[in-house]
Design a protein around this ligand. Structure first.
Ligand code: 6R9
Length: 651
């Protein structure tokens, strides 16, 4: 089987970098990448010290990297800085009247902020937080739609040294409560509403439910997003405060807090292998330098760019590559509140045309959805402003990569497939646009300072195994909130503590390129053969009718585990025994007959978290005929009933 994988990789097309892109880029040649990469690995202090010097420090560091208490690495020890100061104040010198933030609401309303206006609003917000008793080190939960205040409140927290814990706007009360309880937040910032597919989300009502039993919460600060719904919002006397009232008399200047390099910047909860989410801890200086430099080179930020990362700020991608990394680079960022198919399936392309977006960063699941909807939507808009495309969140299958390249990028835009995690804080493996030869489906080569290895369980280097990271890097997590033990056992205990454990399987090909196969938790062992569901999905999607698929392993008496496939066909195509046979034939042909699934079910949709990750656990439960369990994190819980029904029809 390994031979099959390798031959698949050997046969991939390669895309050569564009000289016209490279000639104007922040990093101009592969030689330059190689030289800087070598320096970042061999002399990290020199490399990262120089990068950090491009930013503002109130006091300098004593040491760049302190390894005296492994794996509790410290970066820029002794330094004082503030990431909000670096995102906003530092840009006033040269970009005061440049647009920092463009917002479009789902109903079509827009707001824009220059760097000066972003400074004013952030200071006003910081002064309001201060007046509500929030001080350095306090935890603040942010539960907002993707509106300017989501960005401004994060920056304001950072400015005063409060630790933000952004909770994605799609989470329901129980998930929110768990996060607020774990981090003992003093304040919750929310809004009266927000728009999604034409509906108003009643966020304040959800928060009222979520905070029951959360004794740490003293105040709820409510942003007025929507004048009509605000009249129906229940405001509890003494606890709930309207932002527009509390901020009315606040100054638009505020001295930023001088933060210690290792002071906590934010907490972000992410699902782990156990049921309870982990509060991933990120600190100030290393995170700042890591997101700054990766954005500069991987997104090649120029002053003329309009940069759009479609992620919500509730995810790490939103933290690092909607807010901090781009603003540290003085970029103009676009945020859009709503759904990609509202009021029609051309909304994203309309935004690109309207704002002349030059850099777009989105997820493979979105790309495959756009493919399924059809080329006529992107083709109906002018996308020629785009010059660079990015992908993140899951492995991108070559068919989706090629579609993105051709239909969205007009065969002109480099694609950066960026591998990283909530825990890594910044991008770890990615092409440098215009410089790295790309291969559809490969995240290619490590970013500066990242020293990856593909290891066997015994810790030997191999070409197909577990992805591990040998050296610390600036934006790495510093721990799990309230659980230091889980940090060490979960990330730094394999291979004698010499490597960070990623939980991802990867292949390193003959050119040293990394191919992320997917979470090791998704690897299925059928009759002693290790089978990657991601690979099955990659094979299945090559059938011309297939839009998307998910494979899982479920318990099986004889084989240990058996494979089950769930397949969505493109609009206008019907599932049948004939199509099933064709897909199985492709799998048998590309990967080996033993990889043909036990059962292949045609479905309309897949159970996904709101960030677009397939919840395989639920598919596994269907295949194992178990109780479905907690479906509260699903974007659309009705999906699962339909899948169970289709599954049973094949009994
Ligand atoms: C940034 C983010 C992390 C997991 C990670 C991996 C998968 C992310 C990927 C990718 C293949 C890419 N992943 N980017 N797999 N290629 N370019 O998504 O963080 O939500 O913590 O997820 O996502 O499996 O381990 P997070």
């Amino acid at each position: 089987m390994e031979e099959d994988k390798k031959s698949l990789i050997d046969q991939t097309q390669t895309f050569h970098p564009s000289h016209s892109f490279a000639s104007q880029a922040n990093l101009k040649s592969f030689d330059e990448y190689q030289r800087l990469y070598d320096e970042s690995i061999n002399s990290p202090d020199t490399f990262w010290g120089r990068a950090a010097n491009e930013l503002h420090w109130f006091e300098p560091w004593r040491s760049v990297l302190d390894q005296s208490d492994k794996p509790n690495f410290k970066w820029f020890s002794g330094a004082k800085t503030n990431i909000c100061y670096n995102c906003v104040d530092r840009n006033l010198e040269t970009r005061e009247n440049k647009l920092a933030l463009i917002f479009e609401g789902e109903p079509g309303d827009t707001r824009v902020f220059t760097y000066r206006q972003l400074f004013d609003e952030t200071c006003k917000f910081a002064n309001t937080l201060f007046s509500l008793g929030i001080r350095k080190g306090d935890r603040v939960a942010i539960y907002l739609p993707l509106i300017p205040e989501a960005v401004i409140s994060m920056l304001a927290c950072a400015r005063i040294g409060a630790i933000h814990s952004v909770i994605f706007g799609g989470f329901a009360a129980d998930s929110i409560r768990g996060r607020i309880l774990d981090s003992t937040c003093k304040l919750v910032i929310t809004s009266d509403g927000g728009y999604r597919r034409g509906k108003n989300l009643h966020m304040k009502t959800i928060i009222d439910d979520a905070v029951t039993g959360c004794s740490s919460v003293e105040k709820i600060l409510v942003i007025r997003r929507d004048n009509t719904s605000s009249q129906n919002v229940n405001m509890q006397e003494g606890r709930d405060v309207w932002y527009h009232e509390a901020s009315a008399d606040k100054l638009t200047t505020h001295e930023s807090e001088h933060m210690d390099a290792e002071d906590m910047l934010f907490l972000l909860y992410t699902s782990g292998t156990t049921g309870t989410p982990k509060g991933i801890v990120h600190t100030t200086a290393g995170y700042m330098v890591g997101t700054y430099l990766s954005t500069k080179y991987i997104f090649d930020i120029h002053d003329s760019d309009i940069y759009w990362c479609t992620a919500d700020v509730g995810w790490i991608t939103g933290h690092s590559y909607v807010v901090y990394g781009p603003l540290l680079n003085g970029a103009t960022i676009l945020i859009y509140e709503g759904a990609p198919d509202y009021p029609n399936k051309a909304r994203y392309w309309d935004l690109i045309e309207k704002y002349r977006v030059s850099i777009m960063y989105t997820a493979p699941t979105a790309i495959r959805t756009f493919m399924k909807w059809g080329d006529e939507f992107p083709n109906s808009k002018n996308l020629t402003s785009l010059r660079l495309l990015g992908s993140v969140g899951e492995p991108i299958n070559p068919a989706a990569w090629l579609w993105y390249h051709k239909v969205i990028g007009g065969e002109r835009c480099p694609i950066v497939d960026t591998w990283w995690q909530t825990e890594t804080g910044s991008i770890m493996i990615s092409p440098i646009p215009g410089v790295t030869i790309t291969k559809p489906g490969s995240a290619t080569l490590p970013f500066f300072g990242v020293d990856p290895a593909v290891l066997t369980d015994e810790g030997n280097e191999t070409d197909y195994g577990t992805l591990a990271i040998r050296k610390p890097w600036p934006a790495m997590l510093r721990g799990i909130y309230q659980n230091p033990g889980r940090y060490v056992t979960g990330y730094w205990s394999n291979w004698g503590g010499a490597y960070y454990y990623t939980s991802d399987g990867a292949i390193k090909d003959q050119n040293g390129y990394y191919w992320i196969i997917g979470r090791l938790d998704d690897i299925v062992n059928v009759a002693g053969h290790r089978i990657s569901t991601a690979e099955l999905e990659g094979a299945t999607i090559t059938h011309p009718w297939v839009a998307e698929s998910a494979f899982i392993g479920a318990d099986h008496d004889i084989k240990g585990q058996a494979l089950f496939g769930f397949v969505i066909l493109k609009a206008g195509f019907q599932g049948s025994d004939q199509v099933r046979a064709e897909i199985n034939e492709i799998i048998g042909r590309k990967l080996g007959r033993f990889e043909i699934p036990e059962r292949l079910v045609f479905v309309n949709d897949l159970p996904k978290t709101r960030s677009g990750k397939i919840m395989r656990r639920l598919l596994r439960n269907i295949a194992e005929r178990k109780e479905l369990g907690n479906t509260s994190t699903l974007a659309d819980p009705a999906v699962i009933d339909h899948i169970a029904e289709e599954f049973r029809k094949l009994d």
